[in-house]
Design a binder for this molecule. Structure first.
Ligand code: UD1
Length: 385
């Protein structure tokens, strides 16, 4: 007779937090790697509900195989104060129920800071994945979220070496910092073969246009500094229209950007043959759009990294980046909001093909495995770093 012995119960548990779109592709490989640890660790997931639309939310869970959240706080949209405060109020009882050994947060959105703050005040250790990035621009809400989250985190995982210098300068002990690479690139590598071809995306969206090979550009815009000011948004869109006369531009629109374009009366000007508007894309669709593009124009942080990993030229429509390695080693060019600089960067890419770049250290698809191993060692060591 075979008597099965129960699996050894691990005394530790990790509560993971996601809130907004850029969190999902980071959390997917981390949860998978934590699940593979021996002995098993109890891992649960809280979704704050910061992003809630099907296009911004549900289709990512399905495509990336993220487990259904154990708890959804359903906070929705609001001002920074309201959104952050709502997450905090609703996260506290969730912590009381789950009583985890540590809370794991990713990235730099309002949900990241809100949950880290609640945990730290309750004496629950905080793990921050994608720590140490700095744009040195405190007008960016994410920069405030980064600085504050890092200050109250116990274990900090960095994607590039510049992160360590930034953290040390802010007084964070070196013993808390681990250089593990980039979990977003884990997700990218795992899903590259499943990426949806660009012409299928256009066809499924009911567009008549199709593109030849790499002959198209992709545009994403959503930063408040680009889309909340009518003059800045108009100037950026006029610059894009110039580009669209030379190369078709595919533009999946973030809900914030669509709302602002309508509010400022700028929707009409986008109805030109060279520009294709799409709703927000799922992960595999966005990957398909990026991987074959001649150039990607964006104000997203994650897309700067993904284009570097794909070797696709990227023009960043911001005056700074918190991800300097994408410029120093990758394919990224910072062009800001100035039409002259944007068009010059575009010309250069059309002429020369753009920066070749190389894949940064540890952007090798194994970052989440390093993170899980480091968390395991840290727990075994009594949460001492
Ligand atoms: C948030 C993050 C930003 C991240 C971006 C990616 C913060 C401070 N900002 O910005 O770092 O790059 O997500 O998308 O956390 N909306 C919808 N449906 C949704 C979600 C939002 O229509 O599912 C609309 C609402 O009008 C809302 C607006 O988008 O007011 C902004 O949403 P919010 O979550 O506040 O910030 P994002 O601009 O999405």
């Amino acid at each position: 007779m075979h008597i099965s012995t129960p699996a050894p119960h691990h005394p530790h548990s990790i509560l993971c937090v996601v809130g907004a779109r850029p969190n999902f592709m980071k959390m997917a490989p981390i949860m998978a790697a934590l699940d593979n640890l021996e002995p098993a660790l109890k891992v649960s997931l809280v979704h704050t509900g910061q992003h809630y639309d099907v296009t911004m939310n549900h289709q990512y869970f399905e495509a990336l195989g993220i487990p259904q959240p154990d708890i959804n706080l359903e906070v929705g949209s609001g001002s920074h104060a309201v959104q952050t405060a709502d997450v905090m109020r609703r996260f506290e009882p969730a912590l009381d129920v789950t009583q985890p050994s540590a809370v794991l947060v990713v990235g730099d959105v309002n949900s990241t800071l809100a949950c880290a703050l609640v945990a730290a005040k309750k004496g629950i250790p905080v793990i921050h994945v994608e720590a140490g990035l700095r744009s040195f621009d405190r007008a960016m809400p994410e920069e405030i979220n980064r600085i504050l989250t890092d200050q109250i985190s116990d274990l900090l995982f960095i994607t590039e070496r510049s992160g360590r210098e930034n953290l040390l300068r802010e007084g964070i002990a070196d013993s808390r910092i681990r250089f593990v690479g980039n979990v977003m690139i884990d997700t990218l590598r795992r899903n590259l073969e499943r990426a949806v071809p660009v012409n299928k995306i256009l066809k499924d969206a009911g567009k008549k246009m199709s593109v030849n090979g790499h002959d198209y550009a992709v545009l994403t815009l959503h930063r408040p500094s680009n889309v909340d000011d009518p003059n800045i948004l108009r100037t950026l869109l006029e610059t894009i229209l110039k580009i669209s006369t030379r190369l078709p531009v595919i533009f999946p629109m973030h809900p914030r950007t669509r709302a602002m374009t309508e509010k400022f009366g700028l929707s009409e000007m986008l109805n030109v043959p060279g520009l294709v508007q799409l709703p927000p894309m799922g992960y595999l669709e966005m990957l398909g759009l990026m991987k074959d593009a001649r150039v990607v124009l964006t104000d997203s942080g994650g897309i700067q990294e993904e284009t570097t990993a794909l070797g696709v030229p990227c023009i960043t429509l911001r005056n700074n980046t918190e991800r300097p390695i994408t410029v120093d080693e990758g394919t990224n060019t910072i062009a800001g909001q100035d039409p002259v600089k944007i068009l010059a960067a575009f010309d250069e890419i059309m002429r020369s093909g753009g920066k070749a770049g190389r894949i940064p250290e540890y952007w090798d698809g194994q970052a989440s495995v390093r993170i899980a191993a480091a968390i395991h060692a840290w727990l075994e060591n009594g949460l001492r770093s």
